[in-house]
Write a protein that binds this ligand. Structure first.
Ligand code: 3HC
Length: 283
C-alpha cells in the first residue's frame, strides 16, 4: 500500500524536523505531542526554521506553504487512525516507546508501518512488543533533519522485505539518501561516530590540546563541518553519554566506554548547546 499519510510521534528537535521534511515532500503529516504546550513549542520550531529558510533564500514562500498546508498537530492518538506510516521520535526509553506503539496499534489499520528514529535502542525488541513485528523498522535521521541528507533504514530481525523496501522508498520520496543497516547497536553512523567523539574527549582529558585546537584540527585538517567537541555540544552530552552506554553494554568494547570527563559534565548539567554550556560557552 502506498504511503499517503504519515504520523510523527514527538515534536522535539528530531520529531519536528522529521514532520517538516515529510510535509515538505507532500505527505499529509500529523505530529503528536503529549500536551498542547509542548505541541505548540514543536510546531513553532518548524515555523521558525521555515522562516529562517525564507530569509536565507533557501525556502520559497510556496515551499513554506506546502509544509504548513500538509502539517497538522494533535495530542490524541485517535487522529493517527489513517496513517500508513508512523515515525516515532520520542524519549529514548524502551517502556515508554512500547506503550506509545500499543496506543498507535489501537487506532491504525493493519497495513500501517511503525518506524523508530531511535539512535541506539534495539528495534527487534520494540517490534516484538507489537502485534506487527514484520511492519516495524528503523528510520534514523540526523540533526538538523532538514539539512542532513542521510537516513539509516534499519532492518530488525523480523522486519519484512516489503516493509524495508517501503521505508527505503519513503526516504527517497522525502529527498534524502537512504542507507540500509542491520539492527546492531549504533547502526553504521554511530558505530563510527561515537568512538571518534569519545576519543576527542579522551584527547582533551589527556591535555593533547585545547578544545579549540582539537576542533580546528579536524575542521581545518580533515574538512569536517564541525570539530568533534563542537559536535558533541550540538548533539548533547547527555544524548551521547546515553548512546555510548548502550553501545558499551551491547559490545563490551573499550572504545564505546564513556570517558570519566563526559560522565562528570553530564552530572554537572553541562549538556552542550541546549544547557548553555558544554565544551564551549553558549550563554
Ligand atoms: N532553511 C533552509 N536552509 C537552511 C536553513 C533553513 N532554515 N538554515 C541554514 N540553511 C542552509 C544554509 O543556507 C546553508 O546552505 P548552503 O550550504 O547551500 O550555503 C546550509 O544550510 C548550512 O547552513 P549554515 O551556513 O547556516 O550553517 P553551517 O554552514 O554552519 O552548517 C550544519 C550547519 C549543517 C549544522 C553543519 O555545521 C554540519 O553539517 N554539522 C555537522 C552536523 C552533524 O554531524 N550532524 C549529525 C549529528 S549525529 C546525529 O544526529 C545522530 C544522533 O543519533 C546522535
Amino acid at each position: 500500500m502506498p504511503i499517503k499519510t504519515v504520523g510523527v510521534l514527538g515534536c522535539g528537535l528530531m520529531g519536528a524536523g522529521i514532520a517538516q521534511v515529510s510535509a515538505a515532500a507532500g505527505f499529509k503529516t500529523i505530529v503528536l505531542e503529549v500536551n498542547e504546550d509542548v505541541l505548540k513549542k514543536g510546531l513553532g520550531r518548524i515555523e521558525k526554521f521555515l522562516a529562517g529558510g525564507v530569509e536565507k533564500g533557501k525556502v520559497t514562500g510556496e515551499q513554506r506553504k506546502t509544509v504548513l498546508d500538509n502539517l497538522s498537530g494533535t495530542t490524541k492518538y485517535a487522529d493517527l487512525k489513517d496513517c500508513d506510516l508512523v515515525i516515532e521520535a520520542i524519549i529514548e526509553n524502551v517502556e515508554i516507546k512500547k506503550q506509545a506503539y500499543a496506543q498507535v496499534e489501537a487506532v491504525v489499520g493493519p497495513h500501517c508501518i511503525i518506524a523508530s528514529n531511535t539512535s541506539s535502542l534495539c528495534i527487534t525488541e520494540l517490534g516484538a512488543a507489537t502485534r506487527r513485528p514484520d511492519k516495524v523498522g528503523g528510520l534514523h535521521f540526523f540533526n538538523p533533519v532538514p539539512l542532513m541528507k542521510l537516513v539509516e533504514v534499519i532492518r530488525a530481525l523480523a522486519t519484512s522485505q516489503q516493509t524495508h523496501d517501503t521505508l527505503m522508498g519513503f526516504v527517497q520520496a522525502i529527498g534524502k539518501e537512504p542507507i540500509s543497516a542491520p539492527d546492531k547497536g549504533g547502526f553504521i553512523v554511530n558505530r563510527l561516530l561515537v568512538p571518534y567523539l569519545l576519543d576527542a574527549i579522551r584527547c582533551l582529558e589527556e591535555g593533547l590540546g585545547t578544545a579549540q585546537d582539537i576542533d580546528n584540527g579536524m575542521k581545518l585538517g580533515c574538512g569536517h563541518p564541525m570539530g568533534p567537541l563542537a559536535l558533541l555540544d550540538f548533539v548533547g552530552l547527555d544524548t551521547t553519554y546515553y548512546i555510548a552506554n548502550i553501545m558499551f553494554d551491547e559490545f563490551r568494547e573499550q572504545r564505546f566506554a564513556p570517558p570519566p570527563l563526559l560522565r562528570r559534565m553530564v552530572l554537572a548539567g553541562h549538556l552542550g548547546k541546549k544547557s548553555g554550556k558544554g565544551f564551549y560557552d553558549y550563554k
